[in-house]
Design a protein around this ligand. Structure first.
Ligand SMILES: Nc1ncnc2c1ncn2[C@@H]1O[C@H](COP(=O)(O)OP(=O)(O)O)[C@@H](O)[C@H]1O
Ligand SMILES: [Mg+2]
Length: 431
C-alpha cells in the first residue's frame, strides 16, 4: 500500500537541503539537514472493521476471457480479448464507452446497467442484440450468452438455454461504479435503493428470486387496493407480502451490517474530514420499541403485516402500498447529519467511493469471489487525490477491471504492462 494511503500526518513542507557530502565543501547558504521527523503515531481507528470472515475456500477471481457484442446500442459488432487485469476504453463522449460496459454488465447480471427497458439496448433498426463471453469461473471455463429480442432476454450457458437465473449466476459477480452512483447521495430514494440492492444481490444471489417474489406480491396488493377488493381477499395477500418483505429487510440489514464498517474505514482515508460517516438502513413504519438491528425475521413478518393492516384504509385511498422495502431508503450521514443536506459534493462522492470499495472488499471476504470491476468514467468526476486512491485500490485489488475514460492520463495508475488499451469511436472499438 502506498504510504500516502496510510499516512496519518500531513507530509512536511519541502525545504532546501544541503547536497550530500562530497569531497567538495557544501555551498555556504544551504540549510542544515532537517531534524528527524517524529514518527507519526496513528490515532486509534474510530472505525474498527469486523475481522475477516473465515474463508474456507480460496478466492476465485472472476475473469472474462473474451467478449463478443452484436447490435447492442451503437456497438454493431465488437470482439475483444480483455486484458488479464485491466482494459481501458478511451474515447470522446457519446462514442459507445458506457455501452461497452453495459454489455458486460448485462452478460454478468442479465440486468441493464442504466436502461429502464431491455428494448433500449437493441440497436436502432435491429431485431435483436446478442452479447456473449467466455468466463473463467471457479477454475472452469463457461461460455455465457444473452440474447435480447422483442423486450425479452434469453440466457445461454455453454450453448444451452439457462434453466433458471440462479444456475446462470453460478459465480459471475460484477461491481459497477458509474457517475450515476456518485450522484446517489443527492438523488431520489429509488436511486439509493437500487444502489443498495445491487450490492445485496451480489452478496446473496437468492436475493434476485426474493425481490421478484416481493415485487409480484406487491403488484397484486396494489391491484387489489385499486380494485377495492374485499378486505379478506386483500388480507390474504398481505400475509405473503409481509413474508416476502421481511426477507428483503433481513437481507438488506445483513449487507449493511457487513459493508458499513468497512465503508467508514475507507471514508476515513478519503473524506478529509473528522466527521464520522454513517450508512444506515432502517425501514419506514416500524413500531417504536422495536430494535430493527436485532429483530428476528419472524418478528419482522408480524411487524410488516401489522403495518399493512394499519395502513390499509390510507393505502386504499391512494391506490398503492405505502410501507415495505419498496418504500425504504438508505440513510447516508456525515457527522450524524443528512449528507444530502449538509455534505459538500466532494464529501458526498467520498461517501459513495468508500461504500464501493467496501462492497468489493466485503464480497471477496464473505463469498470468496473477487468480482469483475466496471468503472465508467468515474475518474473525471473525482478530484485528483480521491481518483488516485481509487486507481491505486483497483491496481492493488488484483481484480479484472474495465475502465472507460475520455482522458487516458486519469486512469494510468490503474494500468499495468498487460493492460489492453482500446479506442472507442462511433461504436467501433479498436486497439
Ligand atoms: N439502441 C441504440 N441503438 C443505437 N445507438 C444507440 C442506442 N442507444 C444509445 N445509442 C447511442 O450510443 C451513444 C452513446 O453511447 P455511450 O456509450 O453512452 O457513450 P460514451 O462513450 O459517452 O460513454 C449515443 O450516440 C447514442 O445515440
Ligand atoms: Mg459514458
Amino acid at each position: 500500500m502506498p504510504t500516502w494511503l496510510t499516512q496519518w500526518t500531513a507530509p512536511p513542507a519541502p525545504r532546501p537541503a544541503c547536497p550530500p557530502l562530497t569531497h567538495h565543501p557544501p555551498p555556504a547558504l544551504c540549510l542544515p539537514p532537517p531534524d528527524p521527523l517524529p514518527v507519526p503515531v496513528p490515532p486509534p481507528n474510530p472505525f474498527p472493521v469486523p475481522p475477516p470472515l473465515p474463508l474456507l475456500l480460496p478466492v476465485h477471481r472472476v475473469r472474462l476471457l473474451s467478449l463478443h457484442v452484436q447490435r447492442f446500442r451503437n456497438l454493431t459488432e465488437v470482439s475483444l480479448v480483455p486484458g488479464a487485469h485491466a482494459t481501458v476504453a478511451v474515447g470522446q463522449n457519446g462514442q459507445g464507452k458506457t455501452n461497452l460496459l453495459e454489455a458486460i454488465y448485462l452478460l454478468a447480471t442479465l440486468k441493464p446497467l442504466r436502461a429502464s427497458r431491455l428494448s433500449e439496448l437493441v440497436q436502432f433498426g435491429a431485431q435483436g442484440a446478442r452479447v456473449s463471453g467466455r468466463f473463467l469461473l471457479k477454475g472452469a471455463e463457461r461460455e455465457i450468452a444473452v440474447e435480447l429480442a422483442e423486450g425479452t432476454r434469453q440466457a445461454f450457458v455453454d450453448g444451452k438455454k439457462a434453466a433458471s437465473l440462479e444456475d446462470y449466476f453460478g459465480g459471475v459477480s460484477v461491481v459497477a461504479f458509474t457517475p450515476d452512483d456518485l450522484e446517489v447521495v443527492k438523488g431520489a430514494p429509488e436511486a439509493r435503493r437500487l444502489f443498495l440492492d445491487r450490492a445485496v444481490f451480489n452478496r446473496f444471489p437468492a436475493y434476485l428470486r426474493e425481490t421478484r417474489s416481493y415485487a409480484r406480491a406487491l403488484k397484486s396488493r396494489n391491484r387489489l387496493l385499486k380494485e377495492r377488493a374485499p378486505e379478506e381477499v386483500r388480507e390474504a395477500f398481505d400475509e405473503t407480502l409481509a413474508r416476502a418483505g421481511a426477507r428483503l429487510w433481513v437481507r438488506r440489514r445483513a449487507l449493511v451490517d457487513e459493508v458499513a464498517p468497512r465503508a467508514q474505514r475507507a471514508f476515513a482515508s478519503i473524506g478529509r474530514t473528522p466527521l464520522p460517516p454513517g450508512y444506515a438502513y432502517t425501514p419506514v413504519g416500524l413500531p417504536k420499541g422495536l430494535d430493527f438491528a436485532v429483530a428476528e425475521e419472524a418478528a419482522l413478518v408480524e411487524v410488516l403485516a401489522a403495518a399493512l393492516r394499519t395502513r390499509a384504509p390510507r393505502d386504499t385511498e391512494r391506490g398503492f402500498t405505502s410501507v415495505g422495502p419498496h418504500a425504504d431508503d438508505l440513510t447516508l450521514t456525515l457527522g450524524e447529519r443528512s449528507a444530502r443536506a449538509y455534505a459538500s459534493q466532494g464529501q458526498q462522492r467520498a461517501l459513495v467511493l468508500g461504500w464501493k470499495i467496501a462492497e468489493i472488499e466485503n464480497l471477496e471476504l464473505a463469498t470468496g469471489v473477487k468480482p469483475l470491476l466496471l468503472l465508467d468514467d468515474v475518474s473525471s468526476e473525482l478530484d485528483p487525490e480521491r481518483n488516485a486512491y481509487l486507481m491505486e485500490y483497483v491496481a492493488a485489488s488484483g481484480a479484472q477491471v474495465f475502465l472507460t475514460t475520455t482522458d487516458a492520463g486519469l486512469v494510468a495508475r490503474a494500468a499495468g504492462p498487460d493492460t489492453l488499451w482500446l479506442t472507442v469511436r462511433g461504436g467501433a472499438v479498436t486497439d
